[in-house]
Design a protein around this ligand. Structure first.
Ligand code: GRF
Length: 194
C-alpha cells in the first residue's frame, strides 16, 4: 500500500512539484493525496490542481493569534484525507508542539542549509557571510524546536567566490528537488525512522 502524503505549502511550491512528479512513478511508495496551503494566493495551489491533486486552503490570517484553532482544522483536514505522512515544503508557519507531536515521526521538512548550520531564514546570505566552502540542503523529521529534528538526507554544493545569494539559491533549489523525493521514498518505505 502506498503511503498517503499531504504537502503543506505557502508559496510557489517547486518542491511540491518535484514530489508530485516523483510520485508518478509506479514503484514510488507514496502518493500525493492532498496539498494544503495557509495562503489562498500560493502559486503552488494552481500547480497542484492542474495535476489533479485535491487542495485545501486554511487561511491562517482568519484566526489571528489563535494557532490552536488553525492547527485543529489543519489536523482534521489531514485526518479526513487519511494522510499517513506530511511534507512541509516552503510552509511558512511555525507549528506548535501540540501539532508537531500529533505527527511525530510522520512529518518532514526541507530546509535550505546544511543543518545544524543556518537554522531559520536568509540561509544563503548567512552562508556567504560565514565564508563556508560548502552549502546545501537538509530534509529532516519535524520536532517542536525549529529546524532541529533528526536528519533524513542532506546534499551539498561547492560555494564559489563569485556566488551571490541568488546563484546559491538556484543551485541549492536544484538539489532540493532531488533529495526531497529520495528522502520521502526512504521514509515511506520504512527504511528511515526516528
Ligand atoms: C525551499 O528553499 C525550502 O527549502 C524552504 O522554502 C523553500 C520553498 O520553495 N523551506 P518552494 O515553494 O518549494 O519552491
Amino acid at each position: 500500500m502506498k503511503k498517503r502524503v499531504a504537502i503543506l505549502i505557502s508559496g510557489r511550491g517547486s518542491n511540491m512539484t518535484a514530489l508530485i512528479e516523483a510520485a508518478k512513478a509506479h514503484d514510488y511508495p507514496a502518493e500525493i493525496a492532498l496539498v494544503v496551503s495557509n495562503r489562498p494566493d500560493a502559486a503552488g495551489l494552481e500547480r497542484a490542481r492542474s495535476s489533479g491533486i485535491p487542495t485545501a486552503v486554511i487561511d491562517h490570517t482568519l484566526f489571528g493569534s489563535d494557532r490552536a484553532t488553525f492547527e485543529q482544522l489543519l489536523d482534521k483536514e489531514l485526518r479526513d484525507h487519511g494522510i499517513d505522512l506530511v511534507c512541509l515544503a516552503g510552509f511558512m508557519r511555525l507549528l506548535t508542539p501540540w501539532f508537531v507531536n500529533r505527527w511525530s515521526g510522520r512529518m518532514l521538512n526541507i530546509h535550505p542549509s546544511l543543518l545544524p548550520q543556518f537554522k531559520g531564514l536568509d540561509t544563503h546570505r548567512r552562508a556567504l557571510e560565514a565564508g563556508v566552502k560548502r552549502h546545501g540542503t537538509t530534509v529532516h523529521f519535524v520536532v517542536p524546536e525549529m529546524d532541529a529534528g533528526p536528519i533524513v538526507a542532506q546534499d551539498s554544493i561547492a560555494v564559489h567566490a563569485s556566488d551571490t545569494e541568488e546563484t546559491l539559491a538556484v543551485r541549492v533549489l536544484e538539489l532540493e528537488h532531488q533529495i526531497y523525493p529520495r528522502a520521502l521514498r526512504a521514509v515511506a518505505e520504512g527504511r528511515t525512522t526516528v
